[in-house]
Each structure stands twice: as structure tokens, then as C-alpha cells.
Design a protein around this ligand. Structure first.
Ligand SMILES: Nc1ncnc2c1ncn2[C@@H]1O[C@H](COP(=O)(O)OP(=O)(O)O)[C@@H](O)[C@H]1O
Ligand SMILES: [Mg+2]
Length: 328
């Protein structure tokens, strides 16, 4: 097996990652490699930055039966995820996770919503605002709105200021996204409601794990309840706002069933394979609203995907084993 992961600088075939793997930033890689040892899979590793030649050399050297793919960017650009995945697919070796087709459809914050709304799955109304154009909103878009960069992930560019209530706030935030991220801004109807994460595993036969929910302290207003960058990554901020990721309470079994049905349908429509986490909101009228599909979500043991799998009885090495079996 060949394990590939992102590295922010040029790499070489014999790089030793022992020291890097000790850092908190390398948690996912550390957990996956440990699981491979537990499972007894012999593996080689390669950090990928911007050199496809190295990948070919590594394949020539090790003749891996499977590639465990944790590469999400190429040359430091997330926009290259589908391209590097296509390149790996062309090597003719079974690849873990989602294929390039599903990644292309999901990672564009507009295309996924267009496909799903065609199939009558509720998505937030949205409009795209390219840099340097007059800002004109379609009539169905009503405040509050949320403004995001179109091509980022991990809540990059999302803060409390992203939710806007007036035209002035909207213009300021759209300009901020253009300046800071040099890309289009997407303006969406802000969906107030519970924030839910549904993890799905499979290619044809799908397994949907028990959903997870992000919760806030009771006194936090619903318009401040969303997963900004700080909410996701700043532990002291999480403590201050009483933010937790938890399993759904047992009383939510009916919601759980609706989530599973919706998640499987979305997974198929977006051509997802391997494993993915779907982010939805339960709007105040009870409807489920699709927010985002995350093919190849973070696999660290304490992240929502593995926590959901564990809740359904799969321990971590078993989960990694299933992901490999789905590739082969
Ligand atoms: N239309 C929306 N309504 C309500 N909350 C939203 C909306 N869009 C995004 N959010 C909040 O922002 C978070 C991150 O948005 P998302 O589109 O998933 O970007 P990223 O790719 O950075 O994760 C979501 O998990 C959710 O909490
Ligand atoms: Mg997201």
C-alpha cells in the first residue's frame, strides 16, 4: 500500500516524516498510519506537494496494490483536488475514497446545489458575486444572508461577520472575500436551525452512520450558531460559547432516519464514492436543507466521521480497513 498525503513544500522519495507525525497538525496522518500498523498492512508513504513524477517513481518502486489517498491539494491549491485525483486514477491502482467526478461536483459550492435542487432536495437560495461586478441580488434572497468564498473549505473566510443583515454589511463582506481570497463570493440565504453531520460509507451499497450535531450554549442566538473558522478550530473559543459536537440524542430517532434517507440520496446524486460527510441543517420549519458534501472528510479518530462510525460499532482500525476494502 502507498499512503499519500499533503505536504506544504517540495518533497522527495526518501523523506522521513517521523518528527512531523508528532505534531498536532499531522493528527489524521498519524491516526491512519497507526491503524494500518494495527491491521498489519505493509505500507510506504509519500508527501505530495507539486510533483507528479515523484508519485510515478514511488509507484514504480513499490508496486502498491492500493493507494490510500489523503491528498486534497496540489501546489498548495485546493482547486487542484479533482485534478490530482484524476491523475491518481490514471495510474490504474485502486484508490481509497472519492473519485475525481464526485470531487468536482461536490467541491464547487454552486454545482452541488444546482444538481440537488434539480432533484427537489432543498438547498439554500444563493447567488455568486465575482470580483469587480455590481452586486445585484435575485429577489428570492432575503436577509439574513451568509457570505463565503466559493472555493475554500474548513470554514476559511467564515466568521461572525459573514452573516449580514443589511445591504451595507453585505457589500462590505463580499468585498472582503474578493480582496482576501481573490475569488468569487457566494451569498446564501442563512438557514437558521440545527447543524447536522451525516457520515456515509460505500460505493454501491451505502452505510449511513449515526449523525452528529454541533451544539451551542442555550443563550447563543440562532443567527450566531454556525461553524465559523473559530468555532471549528479554536478550542478556547469553543469553550467560551459552549460549543460541542455530539451524537444525536436517542429521542431524535425519526430525524436520524430522515437524515439517513436524505444523505444516501445526496451521496448518489453527487457521484460520491468511498466515504463522505454530508452537512445539513434542520430548518425551523422542520425541512432538511443541504449545506455541503465533503468527500474524503478528515479521518482523525476524534473527528465526526470516525466518531459516527464508532457509534455504529466500528472501531477505528476496522473503519480504515473498510475504506481500503472499498478501494480494492
Ligand atoms: N446557508 C447557510 N445557512 C446557515 N449556515 C451556513 C450556511 N452556509 C454555511 N453555513 C455555516 O458555515 C459552515 C461552513 O460552511 P460551508 O459551506 O460548509 O464551508 P466550508 O467548506 O468552509 O466548510 C457550515 O457548516 C454552517 O455552519
Ligand atoms: Mg463545511
Amino acid at each position: 500500500m502507498l499512503v499519500l498525503f499533503d505536504v506544504g513544500e517540495p518533497t522527495s522519495l526518501d523523506d522521513d516524516y517521523t518528527e512531523d507525525l508528532k505534531s498536532p497538525d499531522w493528527k489524521t496522518e498519524r491516526h491512519v498510519l497507526h491503524a494500518l500498523k494495527v491491521l498489519g498492512y505493509p505500507f510506504a508513504v509519500l508527501g505530495v506537494h507539486n510533483d507528479t513524477g515523484l508519485i510515478r517513481e514511488m509507484i514504480g518502486r513499490f508496486r502498491p496494490d492500493v493507494i490510500f489517498n489523503m491528498v486534497e491539494e496540489f501546489a498548495s491549491s485546493l482547486g487542484n483536488e479533482a485534478r490530482i485525483t484524476s491523475f491518481l486514477e490514471l495510474q490504474g491502482i485502486p484508490l481509497t475514497g472519492c473519485g475525481s467526478a464526485g470531487i468536482s461536483l461536490s467541491k464547487d459550492k454552486t454545482i452541488a446545489k444546482k444538481i440537488l435542487s434539480y432533484h427537489d432536495i432543498r438547498v439554500p437560495h444563493f447567488a455568486v458575486q465575482p470580483p469587480g461586478r455590481l452586486i445585484k441580488l435575485p429577489p428570492e434572497l432575503d436577509y439574513p444572508l451568509i457570505v463565503k468564498p466559493t472555493r475554500e473549505e474548513a470554514s476559511q473566510g467564515i466568521s461572525l461577520k459573514s452573516v449580514v443583515n443589511t445591504p451595507e454589511e453585505l457589500v462590505n463582506r463580499v468585498c472582503h472575500v474578493h480582496e482576501r481570497f481573490e475569488q468569487d463570493a457566494i451569498v446564501e440565504e442563512f438557514v437558521e436551525g440545527r447543524e447536522l453531520y451525516v457520515s456515509v460509507l460505500g460505493n454501491d451499497r451505502l452505510k449511513c452512520f449515526p449523525a452528529r450535531e454541533m451544539t451551542w450554549r442555550k443563550d447563543v442566538p440562532s443567527r450566531a450558531r454556525f461553524a465559523s473558522y473559530k468555532v471549528k478550530w479554536d478550542n478556547s473559543y469553543r469553550r467560551r460559547w459552549g460549543i460541542r459536537n455530539r451524537h444525536l440524542p436517542t429521542a431524535d430517532a425519526p430525524l436520524q432516519r430522515r437524515l439517513a434517507t436524505a444523505a444516501k440520496e445526496i451521496y448518489r446524486l453527487l457521484n460520491l464514492k468511498g466515504y463522505a460527510r454530508l452537512d445539513l441543517r434542520a430548518a425551523s420549519d422542520g425541512d432538511l436543507v443541504f449545506l455541503e458534501a465533503n468527500p474524503n472528510p478528515m479521518l482523525a479518530k476524534d473527528e465526526d466521521f470516525a466518531m459516527s462510525a464508532k457509534k455504529s460499532g466500528l472501531d477505528y482500525p476496522q473503519l480504515i480497513g473498510k475504506i481500503i476494502a472499498l478501494a480494492a
